[in-house]
Design a protein around this ligand. Structure first.
Ligand code: SAH
Length: 352
C-alpha cells in the first residue's frame, strides 16, 4: 500500500484499482503513512500556517429541496431568517477585529438576494475591508450573475458538486435539480476567474467507492483551488433522517488523498468533521487540511442554520469560538495566521 501512496504523492494520479485499494479498508499503519505524507506535502506548500475564514450564514431561506439538507424548502420546522446588510457588515466588523481576512457569505438559494443586493453588499464589504477576500457560497446562479458578483469584488466561490456520479446525484436531489447544471456552474465560475471550491459529502446515502473515485477524477479535471469535504450527518426533519452518517476515518483518508492529488489545494477541516468527533478538526489538520471556517454569524441565528443535527459552535460568540479554536490548532503544532490565505499555484505565486 505504501508504494501506492508514494506513487500518488509523486504523480498525483493513480489507476482506478489503486484508488479503490486506498479507499477500501487499509491497515492502521498505512493510514498513518498516508496522513504523514499528506502532512509533509501540506507543510511544503503552506508551512505550519492554518488559514481561517469567517463564515457568515446570512440566510436560511432556500428554494431547493435537497434530501440531505436541514434547510430544504419543505422543512416546515425551520424558523427562517435573513440577516440585514447592517447585520452582515457588523459580523465582518467583529471578524476583522478578530483577525479574519476572508469572509464567506453562505446561504440557501434565497431569491431575495438578487444580483443588485448581493453586489451592493460585496462592494460595501470591499470598501470597508479592502485587504479582505470575499467568498460566496450561495448555490447555482446564471453565468451572468456569477459574472456580476465577480465584477463587484467577490474573489472566491464555493459550490460543492456533492457527488460526481449522475445517478447518485439524482438519488440525493429531487428531479428539479440537475447534475449537469451544477457542473456547468463550476465550469462557469472557473472561466470567470474565481478561486473555485467544489467537494462532496463523505458517506452520503448510496455512496459507493466507485462514486468516490469519480469524485477524485472530477477534482483532477477541474483543478479547483479549494475542496470542501465533510461527513454526511443526518438531519431529523429530512427524508434522510434515518440514514447512516459518514465516518471520521473515511473523511480523514479522503482529506489525505486530496492533499496528495492536489498538493496546493486549500482544504478545510470542516465543522461537520468536528461535529462527529470532538477532535475531528484537529485530526483533519493532521491529515492534510490547512483551513478552518469558524462561524461569525450572530449567535441568535446559529441554531437556525441547521444543515445537520448536533452542529457544534452554535452557542458561542465569535470571539469565544476563535479562542477555543486557536488552542485546538496549537495542540496540533500548527498556528492560525492573519492572512487572506490565497491559493498558491504550482509556481508558488499567490492567485488573487
Ligand atoms: N446553498 C449553498 C450552500 C449549501 S450548504 C449551495 O448550494 O452551495 C453547504 C454544504 O453543506 C452543502 O454543499 C452540503 O455539502 C453540506 N450539507 C448539507 N446538508 C448536510 C448534511 N446533512 N450533512 C453534512 N453536510 C451537509
Amino acid at each position: 500500500m505504501q508504494a501506492i501512496i508514494d506513487k500518488l504523492e509523486l504523480t498525483h494520479n493513480l489507476s482506478d484499482d489503486e484508488f479503490a485499494a486506498l479507499l477500501a479498508t487499509i491497515s492502521p499503519d498505512d493510514e498513518k503513512y498516508l496522513s504523514q505524507r499528506a502532512r509533509k506535502v501540506r507543510e511544503k506548500c503552506y508551512g505550519r500556517d492554518v488559514y481561517i475564514r469567517g463564515l457568515i450564514e446570512f440566510t436560511n431561506y432556500c428554494r431547493n429541496n435537497c434530501y440531505y439538507c436541514g434547510i430544504r424548502r419543505d422543512n416546515a420546522h425551520v424558523q427562517r431568517y435573513r440577516l440585514t446588510a447592517g447585520q452582515i457588515l457588523s459580523c465582518c466588523d467583529s471578524g476583522y477585529q478578530l483577525g479574519f481576512r476572508t469572509f464567506v457569505l453562505q446561504g440557501g438559494e434565497d431569491a431575495y438576494f438578487t444580483d443588485e443586493r448581493l453586489c451592493e453588499l460585496i462592494r460595501e464589504i470591499k470598501r470597508r475591508y479592502p485587504a479582505c477576500a470575499i467568498t460566496l457560497s450561495v448555490g447555482e446562479r446564471s453565468k451572468d450573475s456569477y459574472q456580476r458578483l465577480f465584477a463587484a469584488g467577490a474573489d472566491r466561490y464555493l459550490l460543492r458538486h456533492e457527488t460526481a456520479n449522475k445517478g447518485h446525484y439524482e438519488a440525493l436531489h429531487p428531479a428539479e435539480m440537475s447534475f449537469c447544471h451544477r457542473l456547468q456552474c463550476l465550469r462557469d465560475l472557473k472561466e470567470i476567474g474565481y478561486q473555485v471550491g467544489c467537494g462532496m459529502m463523505v458517506g452520503s446515502p448510496g455512496q459507493k467507492i466507485e462514486h468516490l473515485i469519480q469524485d477524485l477524477r472530477l477534482l483532477q479535471e477541474l483543478q479547483p483551488e479549494m475542496v470542501g469535504i465533510g461527513p454526511f450527518i443526518p438531519q431529523h426533519d429530512t427524508p434522510f433522517a434515518q440514514e447512516a452518517g459518514g465516518t471520521v476515518s473515511m473523511t480523514l483518508r479522503l482529506l489525505s488523498i486530496i492533499r496528495l492529488l492536489l498538493p496546493n489545494v486549500l482544504l478545510p477541516a470542516t465543522t461537520a468533521l468536528g461535529t462527529i468527533d470532538p477532535k475531528g478538526r484537529e485530526k483533519g489538520l493532521l491529515a492534510g487540511a490547512n483551513v478552518l471556517m469558524p462561524n461569525l454569524s450572530p449567535t441568535e441565528v446559529r441554531k437556525k442554520y441547521a444543515l445537520y443535527d448536533h452542529k457544534i459552535c452554535t452557542g458561542e460568540e465569535a470571539a469565544e469560538c476563535i479562542r477555543c479554536l486557536a488552542a485546538r490548532v496549537e495542540s496540533t503544532g500548527y498556528k492560525i495566521v492573519v492572512s487572506r490565505g490565497d491559493h498558491i499555484d504550482k509556481e508558488g505565486t499567490k492567485i488573487r
